[in-house]
Design a protein around this ligand. Sequence first.
Ligand code: NAD
Length: 257
Amino acid sequence: MQKTVLITGSTSGIGLGIAREFAKTKNYNIIFNGLESNGQEIADNVGKEFGIEVMFSNANMLKPEELRKMVSDGISKFGKIDVLINNAGIQHVSPIEDFPDDKWNAIIGINLTSAFYLSKAVWPGMKERKFGRIINIASAHGLVASEFKSAYVASKHGIVGFTKTLGLEGAPFNITCNAICPGYVKTPLVEKQIADQAKAHNMSADDVVNKVMLYKQAVKEFVSLESLGQMALLLASEASSTITGTAIPIDGGWNAQ
Ligand code: NAD
């Protein structure tokens, strides 16, 4: 029987990459979400390409009532939500003394608090059916810090703690919760950082990539969308019932140092 996966921020970057890996299996209906204005088209194209059912919601991660509606609309359409992937996220890079208050609040709201609202909304159905998989896309920055990313690092460390707690609370009901902690993935979020840092430090884009970003990874390559999607598929599977409360780095060895 088809399962249903809801992936936030799935009209771009990592979320879309993960959605495509789920779509390839043809075993999932997918609820897409994101703020891209062509989100419906992106979702429909994946649906057509792989012959699966899709839905799109432009629910804003900062609006709890929109998040609850996305979940109830998804349940009305597909009957249930088996897998929740909390992926939507933003970044802002600034020294602490200049860090804008509104950016701090948006980062904590989008990267962390939305996962609380969505997990709470899908939980009763997962508990009743004794099956649920919650996967949080944290970051290598959920495990280590870098300067000038105070809000991002706080949000990602926060979601790793949240993941552990849900892992414990879900255990009696076969609900698992795990975090994936990617190193650098070449998505629009990172393209923007490359451009910003090149400007701020008067460096070439290549130098930002090689001397600043990949400097921290032992494997000097951007993390692939396929590796993240395949890990998410494993964590979503029936076979992964004893993998819970973990934070799994896919970061080219960054956290091994
Ligand atoms: P991206 O900018 O390509 O995509 C972000 C997605 O989130 C988009 O679909 C966007 O519409 C959505 N989004 C942003 N704000 C939203 C809001 N308020 N409401 C609803 N949707 C919203 O970014 P990405 O690189 O694919 O990042 C995805 C996740 O992976 C983020 O949580 C990010 O922190 C994490 N991550 C990224 C990297 C990387 O190197 N790219 C590394 C580690 C972790």
